[in-house]
Design a protein. Structure first.
Length: 338
């Protein structure tokens, strides 16, 4: 049996802007997804995702046909069709990652079990794809680079994100730590050696990443003079965020989080619950706060002054009906556990 794992992630700055070749900053968190692979005598690939209550199998020919169908949709830019496939089958991105790997190497029958402790909307999908890519490559006796693993994970994100992932999620869960990412420049690891006092607050609403990405894309096409300056401002904030992070300037980092929130909010992808979390954070002396990930729901990051502030803020959010927790950040990326 082979066991691999990959971490969840949070985006510090760059949501949505990274889709348009703007800078993004992200880091891994110590909630992980685990993938177990064992051989089977049958000529099938079987997946069981206990957390989702899902299980499905593909025979070799079915998997090959599935790969060809998805690839054709990708080439034609049929994004709505890709979204529909994911809506009907939540395991379809996993099978596309598997099919992509078998396309390069050989098919082998195997049984896959997936378990995850990563909260939804915090890189849970990308972590599965990255851990899958490492596990299957090891199962086939192949040694993939981090870049190759990340590239395979990106194939899963194409389906899970509605055809247009930015590339930041698959990179941060694969490499781990802190990264800066830009489509035209690729991933760059950041050497950050201090602990950000962050609280992660779940709004209770699933992030609608594919919908918000599509919404902004359409808005950009219809109103470029409105959207483009917003994207430029978001990138400016991201660059300042790196400087604040490297200089350990928490006050500046927090103020930039608030600026990013207000700027991206102009594109109408926030929600009442996300706004409520930001309001509660700032009302209770947090240094900064912003949604993270796809928006339209999902989670927020809240920057406290210190550990005492973290404890106080978690209590306040819980008293207001929100799930809130502290997580170790900048942890190791995808890895072999056994």
């Amino acid at each position: 049996m082979i066991i691999t794992s990959a971490p969840g992630k949070i985006i510090l700055f760059g949501e949505h802007a990274v889709v348009y070749d703007k800078l993004g900053i992200a880091c891994s968190i110590d909630k992980r997804c685990f993938v177990k692979i064992s051989p089977t005598n049958k000529n099938i690939v079987f997946i069981k995702a206990e957390d989702l209550g899902l299980r499905k199998s593909f025979r070799k020919k079915e998997l090959s046909d599935f790969f060809e169908a998805i690839n054709t949709l990708k080439e034609k830019g049929e994004l709505d069709e890709i979204k529909e496939i994911y809506r009907k089958d939540r395991l379809s991105p996993c099978f596309f990652v598997i099919a992509s790997i078998f396309r390069r190497y050989d098919f082998k029958g195997l049984k896959i079990e997936i378990e995850s402790e990563i909260p939804k909307n915090l890189g849970s999908s990308s972590a599965v794809f990255s851990a899958l890519a490492l596990a299957i490559s090891k199962f086939l006796g192949k040694k993939l680079s981090k870049k190759e693993i990340s590239d395979f994970a990106f194939e899963g994100d194409i389906i899970a994100h509605g055809g247009t992932p930015s590339g930041i999620d698959n990179n941060v869960v694969t490499y781990g730590g802190y990264i800066q990412y830009k489509k035209s420049e690729g991933v760059r690891l950041l050497n950050i050696n201090f602990k950000l006092p962050l609280v992660i607050v779940d709004s209770g609403e699933p992030a609608k990443t594919s919908k918000t990405v599509s919404f902004i894309r359409k808005l950009k096409e219809e109103k470029p003079k409105f959207v483009n300056p917003v994207l430029e401002k978001l990138e400016e904030i991201s660059y300042l965020g790196i400087k604040a992070l490297k200089s350990k300037n928490l006050k500046k980092f927090g103020s930039l989080m608030i600026k990013y929130y207000h700027e991206l909010k102009k594109l109408k992808i926030s929600t009442k619950k996300l706004d409520r979390i930001i309001f509660l954070a700032l009302k209770n002396k947090a240094l900064g706060a912003k949604p993270t990930g796809g928006w339209g729901g999902g989670s927020c990051l809240v920057l406290a002054k210190n550990q005492k502030g973290i404890v106080n803020l978690i209590k306040i959010f819980q008293n207001n009906g929100f799930k809130a927790f502290q997580s170790k950040i900048g942890v190791e990326g995808v890895k072999l556990s056994r």
